[in-house]
Design a binder for this molecule. Structure first.
Ligand SMILES: Nc1ncnc2c1ncn2[C@@H]1O[C@H](COP(=O)(O)OP(=O)(O)O)[C@@H](O)[C@H]1O
Ligand SMILES: [Mg+2]
Length: 434
């Protein structure tokens, strides 16, 4: 974002153009249709009237999937909040400041705000030059106060209007080099951690349709799995997905597998594609637990994955399969970063295992995440229907999982470039369009 000094000086604009005269018109039915996806929202207001209108807006039925946080203090409070807490997916800032003060405030906010966050500013100045400068700084919309409840609902709906270009979430998939190496356990724990870190919604889809363990491990009782309900892409829609989801804790929305052992017809690639499209229209973060099988629907799933995590155990079969999978992905996804390799159950066998060093050498990739074999805490967590990162956050494996979740999120924030530092948001020109 350009420095405020270079911004147009508001007092020089002799007769400022008026902004959006339609802003005072009550939105029509079309402007009020739709639903906001599963997001977290932070609202920071300078005036009680705006706080009241926005509180009512967030209690509207169209916002029922939003996790809101409402506070006084305008832009300054938002900056203080984002400096120490995870940035919400949506920030709504109401301010009584002047144009120059707003721009200076947004500049400071950019240092502490996540790149993916959408920001809406509600201000007093009614001036097209300021409007342009604010949008150019990466803000999604600027509204002139006062904003009433219906107008706020319409403005938020506009931000999330559906359409192919509006996909929101990133998809992270866990794939095992072989069965039993802990792929599902890690997918569940990482998804849980991401929700806690974000203080916002995360979806976990258990796509091991027949033998999936998410519901079992998380102590959820699914009425019927996705497999039974949604193999037909024409039947699959937001409502069906929403009904199949089960909430674990405050943030983790689980799409459980059937858990019944009878034979299940494989879903069509089109059904899986549709499911993942719906998932990322509705959730900012989607974690997939994939079975370790090759099939046509798995290829469809892998085509939309942004971050791929291969889980291997410290054994020869894992090493061979991981090498094979890495070769496949190198060829199939030449423009993506290489999958992340996680070595789990390290130390499971003193005699027969492959050491982490030999593993890394054999694969010619860095093994950044190693998780120790710790049967006590994993068995205890499964027995209690809890996650190890929830039950024993300070244990070694939980800390390694927490780091893995942070690393994946960090890659996400900068489009795979690595260091996931806050503050890149305003400097990304393509964010200006919201
Ligand atoms: N690091 C670990 N230490 C001890 N047990 C583990 C570890 N990781 C996973 N497990 C256990 O291994 C078993 C298989 O895990 P699971 O996630 O179902 O594997 P997969 O999905 O790869 O087939 C589970 O009982 C799980 O609790
Ligand atoms: Mg599994």
């Amino acid at each position: 974002m350009t420095q405020p000094a270079k911004m147009p000086k508001m007092e020089n604009a002799s007769a400022p153009l008026m902004l959006r005269s339609e802003a005072r018109i009550t939105p029509g039915e079309a402007g009020l249709s739709g639903r906001i996806p599963h997001i977290s929202a932070g609202v920071f207001c300078d005036t009680p009237a705006a706080e009241h209108a926005l509180r009512d807006a967030l209690q509207d039925r169209r916002m029922s999937r939003v996790t809101p946080r409402i506070a006084a203090g305008g832009i300054a409070a938002a900056i203080a909040f984002c400096a120490k807490e995870p940035t919400p997916d949506l920030l709504i800032l109401e301010t009584t400041a002047t144009g120059d003060e707003i721009l200076a405030g947004l500049n400071r906010l950019s240092d502490v705000c996540d790149p993916d966050t959408k920001v809406v500013v509600i201000g007093r100045p009614n001036d097209i030059a300021l409007y342009r400068a604010i949008l150019a700084s990466g803000v999604s919309d600027y509204l002139v106060a006062p904003v009433d409840t219906l107008f706020a609902i319409a403005a938020i709906l506009r931000l999330y209007a559906s359409g192919p270009a509006k996909r929101m979430g990133r998809v992270c998939a866990f794939l095992g080099a072989k069965g039993g190496v802990g792929t599902s356990t890690l997918a569940q724990n990482v998804a849980w951690r991401m929700g806690q870190d974000r203080r916002g919604p995360v979806m976990l889809a258990d796509l091991d349709l027949q033998f999936g363990t998410a519901a079992l491990n998380l102590n959820l009782v699914p009425s019927a799995g996705f497999a039974e309900q949604a193999t037909d892409p024409d039947r699959l829609d937001q409502a069906l997905l929403e009904r199949a989801l089960m909430l674990k804790g405050a943030y983790l929305h689980v799409l459980p597998a059937s858990g019944r052992m009878q034979e299940i017809a494989a879903p069509s690639p089109a059904a899986v594609e549709k499911l993942l499209d719906l998932a990322r229209q509705t959730f900012p973060v989607v974690v997939l637990d994939l079975p370790h099988l090759q099939s046509s629907w798995m290829r469809a799933a892998l085509a939309v994955v942004d971050d791929l995590v291969i889980v291997a155990g410290p054994d020869l079969a894992s090493l061979r399969n991981a090498k094979c999978l890495l070769d496949i992905f190198r060829a199939a996804r030449p423009n993506d970063t290489l999958p992340r390799l996680v070595l789990n159950q390290v130390g499971i066998s003193k005699r027969a295992g492959v050491s982490p060093a030999d593993f890394a050498q054999g694969l010619e990739v860095e093994v950044k995440t190693r998780i120790a074999f710790d049967p006590q805490i994993f068995a205890k967590a499964a027995g209690e229907g809890r996650l190890i990162t929830e039950m024993a956050p300070r244990a070694g494996p939980s800390r390694a999982i927490a780091r893995l979740a942070k690393d994946i999120t960090a890659d996400r924030a900068l489009g795979g470039a690595g260091a996931g530092k806050k503050g890149a948001w305003f400097r990304m020109p393509w964010h200006a369009a919201g």
